[in-house]
Design a protein around this ligand. Structure first.
Ligand SMILES: Nc1nc2c(ncn2[C@@H]2O[C@H](COP(=O)(O)OP(=O)(O)OP(=O)(O)O)[C@@H](O)[C@H]2O)c(=O)[nH]1
Ligand SMILES: [Mg+2]
Length: 490
């Protein structure tokens, strides 16, 4: 599995190196993910009301006491738990200033947040491929502005966008989503419901079916208000078995199954990460294409209108000069030359910048013009418009700041390479990933079956096959590359 992941991570990096990074630079698009961000292990963000059992679950999952647990809402830190050969703790400032760790972006939230960040390294096998992030318990009452001293929903959004799975914990005491929880659902988790899992925890606290129905009903009712979808995400009703807790009268098997399923989902996160990275690269490439094509078209319009204006100037002054020459009015020639220089200066200082601004103000029209056919398909038009809404401010900003003249023409080869990446290479990469993951899981299942059979019949001759998976050949052979200024073939 690890080997398959590494191969795909390398491939994704290769696509960023060529053509996405050079095109990003050419058109001054936003920063692509760094190598550190691409290489980091998969991340699971654990959110939830205070005392809903986040830290207890984390300890249970890892089989060691990593986090303190307790009834009072005492933990107001984001704790990043990741792999290290020895138990080590690091504080926020050292975490956000370490370029080898993908948390530098948190610095923008200010010192208050940084002082609420902790990193714990633990020698636990699961942490080699999955990093867990425990978060401050949310208070289920309306909070004053800035009650925490930092932008809590913003920080949650930052972590959630980078997480491959976001688990939100509730418990039967507080199955409501009001106050801070409501704010987080609306401001931090909108648009990422595909990574969201909901856990109704501490089910052993429900004494009977009535308690369970009340808690489950209240949670669904409240979630329905903040998740604008017809179908709610999967809700795992579970608990963590703890010594000394009173036993419930409810049958516990289903809750045990839900806990095992939840743990399986967490173990599956590294493969989800690959899928998320492909989705992220696709989103990046599609936005870059919109940005680059619109700027390139605007720059083309600007260049041709500039050429036309120069052509008219040359024609007029060339004509006047020739006429003066032919009629023997040589005395008029210096005056004509001076006038040509004045008009050229006015043209360059006043007319061209205004022209540039006018073209940039018409970016919407250029966008519509470039996609007139796709705009006929309703769903595609909606997607494109939503994407353009995101891309437009940056495109206008860089065009205004640097001027349309500073963008070199995009070659047909680069256009084709980018189009092929989006239309062909990325979908193929995704299906290769599914095939590779499927063959790994079939092999794992066979190995487990063989091991079980060997255990049941120790005299059997057959050895369980536990060999390493074959290398999956995924290198893109013969694909076209970014031109790096080369002329296109033909
Ligand atoms: N009965 C029962 N108690 C639990 C369960 N999980 C956690 N607890 C108890 O609930 C209390 C709170 O658990 P924590 O794990 O500290 O909760 P938390 O969500 O991390 O809380 P904060 O860090 O304050 O947000 C502790 O006393 C735990 O022993 C559970 O599944 N069943
Ligand atoms: Mg906690």
């Amino acid at each position: 599995m690890q080997q398959v992941m590494e191969q795909f991570a390398d491939l994704i990096r290769e696509y960023y190196n060529d053509p996405l990074d050079p095109l990003t630079k050419q058109f001054m698009f936003r920063r692509p993910p760094t190598v550190g961000e691409l290489q980091r292990p998969a991340q699971v963000l654990m959110l939830g009301n205070h005392s809903s059992g986040k830290s207890t679950f984390l300890n249970h999952l890892l089989g060691v006491e990593v986090q303190k647990t307790g009834v009072a809402p005492t933990d107001d830190n984001f704790t990043i738990v990741t792999y290290g050969p020895h138990d080590t703790d690091r504080d926020g400032p050292s975490v956000v200033s370490n370029p080898d760790l993908p948390y530098e972006g948190l610095r923008h939230f200010g010192d208050q947040l940084v002082s609420h960040i902790h990193l714990k390294l633990k020698p636990v096998e699961l942490l080699r491929t999955v990093t867990l992030i425990d978060s401050p318990g949310m208070i289920d009452e309306a909070k004053e502005e800035n009650g925490r001293g930092f932008d809590f929903p913003g920080a949650v959004r930052w972590f959630a966008e980078r997480a491959d799975l976001v688990i939100v914990f509730f418990d039967p005491d507080k199955p409501g989503t009001t106050g801070e929880t409501l704010q987080v659902f609306k401001e931090s988790l909108n648009g990422i419901d595909h990574k969201l899992l909901i856990v109704l925890n501490k089910m052993d606290q429900c004494q009977n079916l009535h308690d369970f129905a009340r808690a489950y009903g209240a949670l669904c009712w409240n979630l329905g208000k903040v998740i604008p979808r017809k179908d709610l995400p999967m809700i795992y009703n579970t608990f963590v078995p703890l010594e000394g807790k009173p036993k419930s009268d409810l049958p516990m098997e289903d809750f045990d199954t839900a806990r095992n399923d939840l743990i399986k989902e967490i173990h599956r996160v590294p493969s989800r990460r690959m899928d998320n990275q492909i989705t992220q690269m696709q989103g990046f490439a599609e936005r870059l294409r919109l940005h680059a094509f619109v700027i390139d078209e605007a720059a083309k319009q600007y260049r041709s209108s500039k050429k036309l204006s120069y052509f008219i100037l040359i024609l007029v002054f060339g004509g006047l000069g020739t006429a003066a020459f032919m009629t023997g009015l040589f005395i008029a020639l210096p005056a004509l030359a001076a006038l040509a220089i004045v008009i050229l200066t006015i043209f360059q200082v006043f007319v061209l910048p205004r022209k540039r601004k006018r073209i940039i103000a018409q970016f919407d029209k250029i966008f519509e013009g470039l996609h007139d056919r796709e705009m006929m398909v309703r769903d595609r038009a909606e997607d494109l418009r939503a994407m353009w809404k995101e891309v437009h401010p940056r495109a206008s900003e860089v065009a205004l700041k640097h001027g349309l003249q500073s963008f070199t023409k995009m070659s047909q080869l680069d256009r084709d390479v980018l189009n092929e990446l989006i239309e062909d290479d990325i979908p193929k990469l995704r299906s290769k990933l599914y095939d590779a993951l499927q063959s790994v899981s079939i092999r794992d299942a066979n190995a487990a079956e063989a091991a079980e059979a060997a255990e049941a019949d120790p005299l059997s001759e057959e050895e369980p096959t536990l060999e390493e998976p074959d290398t999956v050949v995924v290198a893109p052979e013969g694909r076209r590359r970014f031109s790096w200024g080369r002329r296109e073939p033909g």
